[in-house]
Design a protein around this ligand. Sequence first.
Ligand code: PLP
Length: 411
Amino acid sequence: MDDVVSIGAVEKIRKHFPILQQEVNGKPLIYFDNAATSQKPLSVIESITEYYQEYNSNIHRGVHHLANIATGKFESTRQKVADFLGTDDLGEIIFTSGTTDSINLVAQAWGRLNIHSGDEILVSELEHHSNIVPWQILAQEKNAIIKVIPVTDKGEWDLSNLEELLSERTKIVAVNHVSNALGTINPIEIIINRSRQVGAKILIDGAQSVVHFEVNVKSIDCDFYCFSAHKLYGPTGVGVLYGKREVLESMAPYRGGGEMIKTVSFKGTTYNELPHKFEAGTPNIEGIIAFGSAIDFATSLDKDWVQFHEKQLLDTATTFLQEIEGMKIYGTSAQKVSVVSFLVDGIHPYDLGTLLDQQGIAVRTGHHCTQPLMERFKIPGTVRASFAIYNSIEEVNIFADALRKSVKMLR
Ligand SMILES: Cc1ncc(COP(=O)(O)O)c(C=O)c1O
């Protein structure tokens, strides 16, 4: 694939994203904060309006026309997610409010039953806070121990002491597929293979992976896989927890309420079948329906082109960044998605972020909800540019000029 193909494809894709057509501070908006949340194509935005204008109704409970349409569309998203993740069991797809909610669900509903005093939970130093704190809450309650896979200078897992970190006491290994702060693609197959040997369950935080490459939960063979719709062109407030049927069946409900029950009586209550057992209350109906449109959009893209284009964006940015005096890039693994995190010697990341914003460029600055990782590198935070399919090489070149100018002003 050559540059001309790429330019044409990006122009076509950008037409789907109305938000990108605006100016910020008198400059065309350049949105490089995609790891925080992606922008939404028109089809997703229209799905939300269509729901409220044409068939707003609660789901599963009604026999009337609107309820049937809403229920059908809601459940069709579940089918799309199942296809997207490679399972044919719809009971294995649970809707949550996001990755954070999915992880908390597992930590509480699986963890409270299966973690006991002295048991171990293995995470990594690369984790987002939402894959650390739920385990800390559980560990504190159960008097369990959290062990941590350290990270190398390149921002990769250091697996040299894995044998010491894993033992029969390890009950669950919870790690991310892709690091949000550095972009590293983690070798989850090694961890899964070794964790299986000690009988530990495995949760993969896929918040940063599904937008970049295909994931098949059956070939990965994890027990749980989570992600958020809003990082995959979908709305906020919607997430997915994939769980293996036999593991989900063994778990107690997380929240009690409507939808998750079969019968309720003061003598005793029985719970609904999967996946409804874990979906108490009225869900984010319009969000989940719009998420179906987001999956349609994501699956309509040419996967080879996505990989090719994102690598071009990453390589172009990395090359120009390396030429800036005093530049340090954090996360230099050869296995990376299109995320680049950096600091310039003597310059605070917030100052750089502010000057870039004045030039219409949105980047993220700070600790990226990975304080232990920042502590590992002894830094307060970084500037992070994260690229998506609708970003162009031209935008990266404008970013290069803007960054050089900003660094000059701040020196
Ligand atoms: C790796 C990772 N895990 C978990 C989360 C939490 O996702 P959410 O806030 O959508 O629940 C994020 C969000 O940035 C993330 O990047």
